[in-house]
Design a protein around this ligand. Structure first.
Ligand code: MG
Length: 391
């Protein structure tokens, strides 16, 4: 059973203009202090269903044309999405107060899909809002209220509730505050909130030692493109630097291998360890986009890479090199590199490249691979991107 956050919009996420209570232009769009960082925290560390519930008096009438509402509303949603904050559903009531519509807060007629449903844990759900009608909605739904009591009219009542000896009242309204830090700390301390977190850090350290190679890899999927690569194979260093830079990874790789024989063991084992580091850093893959694809040119060469962090390894390789060596790296080893990576990262990987110059061809492949990784690793929700529920 999933707890729900019913979150008000005006006065709760964005400021409510005191003159007419309508956010009907971009100039009036302003977020509450600390709200973005705390919504991000609650979205990614909590496991709540997120529902926005807002009364917009007379929306769609001449007093509040739809276009005037949509511009700042969409801008707000875009800014929230940039911070990886997503609502599962948005309910907007458009009636005037005098119409006394059951859909208007504190009425619950828009929210019947959540009431008395076995999937939802209403007792441990919260309405977060700034008006008494939001708190009344919490009572009507049978959940609890988090009151952002920043209107001067509410000062006395807020003080009374905070000081109240009435245990029932304190349980119904556990937080009365103007501070979003306090709200997120409270919500994330709830046991139910911590069930399925998206990890804030996606890092892996892999240390791998055999009779042929000693390899250490540090990978941060949410890096800045910084790398420190010493594999002993100069051309491979150059390619892995491209992977870090264009994939926005932080990547440290050191390898001491039996290069007195040839580069085979080093290249193969680096690919294995790199694949393992991806699999470890991706964790259960909650929230990631999963798919990535990119086409990239380098002079006469055109590379196309598609990948799926699917849990199922696969490689297709349509690459034809006219040169057999690039520096000390045999070009035949690139297929083996990507095959070993795909197997150990449990990733489906399709690579093809046209062109004549082997350096251009493989550099285009690594850059297109990096760009595909950057897309596929992006956190875009708090769900597993599969109808099976597992990746
Ligand atoms: Mg409000």
């Amino acid at each position: 059973m999933k707890p729900i956050l019913f979150i008000d919009r005006d006065g709760t996420i964005i400021e409510e203009p005191p003159e007419d209570f309508q956010v009907d232009s971009l100039q009036k769009l302003r977020f509450l202090p600390k709200v973005l960082r705390n919504l991000h925290k609650i979205r990614h560390l909590g496991s709540f269903e997120w529902v926005m519930v807002s009364n917009q008096d007379g929306l769609g009438t001449p007093s509040f044309p739809t276009a005037d509402f949509e511009a700042p509303h969409q801008k707000m949603l875009n800014i929230l999405a940039d911070e990886q904050i997503f609502f599962d559903s948005i309910f907007i009531d458009k009636t005037f107060p005098h119409q006394q519509s059951p859909t208007r807060k504190p009425g619950t007629a828009m929210l019947t899909g959540y009431i008395d449903k076995p999937d939802y844990d209403m007792e441990n759900s919260f309405v977060i809002g700034d008006r008494l009608s939001d708190m009344q909605l919490a009572l009507n739904l049978g959940c609890k209220g988090i009151w952002i009591a920043h209107k001067p009219d509410y000062e006395a009542l807020a003080h009374y509730l905070k000081q109240s000896n009435n245990k029932n009242l304190r349980e119904k309204f556990p937080i009365i505050t103007q501070d979003w830090d306090e709200i997120s700390n409270f919500l994330l301390a709830q046991g139910a909130a911590k069930a399925e977190p998206v990890p804030l850090e996606r890092k892996a350290h892999i240390s791998r030692q055999t009779h042929e190679t000693t390899i250490n890899i540090d990978l941060n999927l949410d890096g800045s493109g910084r790398s420190n690569i010493t594999t002993g194979v100069g051309f491979l260093d150059h390619m892995l630097e491209q992977l870090a830079y264009h994939g926005k990874l932080d990547l440290d790789i050191s390898c001491i291998g039996d290069l007195h024989i040839d580069a085979h063991h080093s290249i193969e084992d680096i690919a294995i360890a790199l694949g393992e580091s991806f699999r470890k850093a991706l964790g259960d893959k909650r929230g990631i986009a999963r798919y990535g694809f990119f086409a990239l040119v380098m002079d006469e060469s055109l590379a196309r890479v598609s990948l799926d962090f699917s849990g199922r390894p696969y490689l297709t390789w349509q690459v034809d090199f006219q040169e057999s060596m690039l520096g000390t790296m045999p070009t035949s080893m690139f297929k083996h590199f990507f095959y070993s990576f795909a197997v150990h990262a449990q990733t489906s990987l399709h690579i093809c490249v046209e062109g004549e110059n082997a350096h251009h061809q493989i550099e285009a492949v690594f850059k297109a691979f990096a760009k595909s990784v950057a897309i596929a690793k992006t956190i875009e929700s708090n769900r597993i991107a599969s109808t099976k529920g597992v990746l």
